[in-house]
Design a protein around this ligand. Structure first.
Ligand code: BG6
Length: 460
């Protein structure tokens, strides 16, 4: 019988074997002189290349309006010399097809649109006109539209020249290890399945706080606001994974089908918008802007499993700390036995999505030496303790998945459209309440949020 360490090694070797089968690929970054290529994409490709997850003959091409030689372009990136030899530059998209052909034969050609969303449709058409077909895929980043109508328009534009299977819409929250683990937690443990419903759960609470304000992104953020920026995509994705029915298989289409089904049963019952003091003085903010930098919502899930279980979501910028947590608040036990006086609190499970990833279960225990004195204690699973601290960077995983044609961690057009349909009614609506930077505004939902603060130091 292999011990746990050996078992882990065998498992890692098996997964590595599954992972090293990517044939020659060409990755083209459109809009390559931007910040994303330098900060995230090229470092992620370099890491994959060094881990030998990409074929030796793969190439990485930057493309844009500026004129660079390959050598000039390579100096933008802090990469080692060996990897730099695989980087090329091509000005504009015209002639790109023959440029790629001059470098070799590539089974997979992937275009990363590091471009403003208005350029997605026209760029997809240009690529098709240039002769790229089914062997190529495109990766796009949010925002996928501004509301339901514009999202639909964008989807139609893309669908007019690409198949859905060629499109990879990134929601980087799906690439977070602690998010992927929610499905494992739910569907690989007998323990939780029977309680994951409205007979045991009182409420679901999702809290995503950020310390930073809007930094240098005033123009984008002032047109978006936190509901478009965080809730429509990242936080609704979390809620889908938490509440969907078990998929019939782990294939991307089966998982997405369950996510869309549950997403269509969500309804926003209450929504409050807030703005931090000083926001109007930030760079590139419109005078008198009513854009929200913090929002709080109550949603209902209208299906047999969840009806009667409210979902609370809050997220915002310029707060006292950065932290994304999900709290599952269980129902109270009846007022009998140890809880005769009704003073025992209810159990909680907290998923620490970031930072200091972990899962905490809050349970009651007897205080040693006492007759029947009970206190709350935690059972903790911390990533750092179980797996060390090396959690892979999200873009590495996402780029790798595109190259091997795995759509699981990407969002389908049906998901984005259903999410827009849900939030459409609350976008830019209602009053704005001010809050002091560094302080989470008092809840208007009439609830007491789970005290996530007491879990902050755990797993760190
Ligand atoms: C992005 C938003 O999608 O997610 C940002 O546009 C936000 O405004 C960021 O700060 C949060 O991501 P993370 O991974 O830091 O939680």
């Amino acid at each position: 019988m292999p011990d746990a360490g050996l078992f882990q090694i065998i498992h890692s070797l098996k997964s590595l074997k599954k992972m090293v089968n990517i044939n020659n690929c060409a990755v083209v970054i459109l809009g390559a002189s931007g910040d994303l290529a330098k900060r995230k994409l090229v470092p992620a490709l370099e890491a994959l290349y060094k881990q030998k997850r990409l074929c030796e003959n793969s190439i990485f091409i930057g493309s844009g309006r500026s004129a660079f030689t390959d050598e000039d372009f390579r100096t933008h990136f802090d990469v080692d010399r060996e990897f730099a030899k695989h980087i090329y530059y091509h000005q504009y998209t015209s002639g790109l097809k023959s440029f790629i052909a001059s470098k070799g034969v590539f089974e997979r050609i992937v275009f990363f649109f590091s471009l403003p969303p208005v350029a997605y449709g026209p760029m997809a058409r240009e690529l098709v006109a240039e002769g790229f077909g089914g062997e190529s895929s495109v990766i796009i980043e949010k925002p996928f539209g501004y509301n339901y109508e514009s999202a639909k328009k964008l989807d139609n534009e893309l669908a007019s020249c690409l198949k859905e299977s060629q499109i990879y819409r990134i929601d980087h929250y799906l690439a977070k290890e602690a998010v992927q683990n929610i499905m494992v937690f739910r569907f690989a443990n007998t323990l939780f399945n029977p309680v994951w419903n409205n007979s045991c759960i009182e409420s679901i609470q999702i809290s995503a706080l950020e310390k930073e304000g809007i930094v240098e992104r005033g123009t984008y953020f002032d047109n978006a606001g936190i509901i478009r920026d965080m809730i429509q995509n990242h936080l609704l994705q979390l809620l889908c994974i938490l509440t969907m029915e078990p998929p019939v298989s782990l294939k991307a289409d089966d998982i997405k089908a369950q996510k869309v089904s549950v997403l269509r049963t969500f309804r926003i019952e209450e929504c409050y918008r807030y703005q931090y003091d000083g926001y109007l003085q930030e760079k590139d903010i419109r005078a008198g802007s009513k854009t929200e930098t913090f929002a709080e919502m109550r949603l209902s899930i209208n299906n047999f499993r969840w009806t009667g279980v409210p979902v609370y979501i809050r997220t915002g910028k310029a707060l006292h700390r950065r932290g994304t947590e999900i709290g599952i608040q269980f129902k109270k036990i009846p007022n009998i036995l140890f809880n005769e006086k009704g003073n025992l609190t209810a159990n909680q499970i907290v998923f620490k999505i970031q930072p200091a990833e972990g899962i905490i279960m809050d349970i009651h225990s007897k205080i040693p030496g006492s007759d029947d004195q009970i206190t709350r204690t935690n059972m903790n699973f911390c990533y750092r303790d179980s797996f060390g601290s090396a959690i892979p960077e999200a873009y590495q995983r996402l780029l790798f998945d595109v190259l091997r044609g795995d759509h699981t961690l990407f969002v389908s057009s049906a998901e984005t459209e259903a999410a827009w349909k849900l939030v459409d009614g609350v976008l830019d609506k209602g009053d704005i309440t001010r809050y002091a930077p560094g302080v989470v505004p008092e809840s208007k939902l009439g609830i007491k949020w789970i005290d996530f603060e007491k879990y902050v130091s755990l797993c760190s």
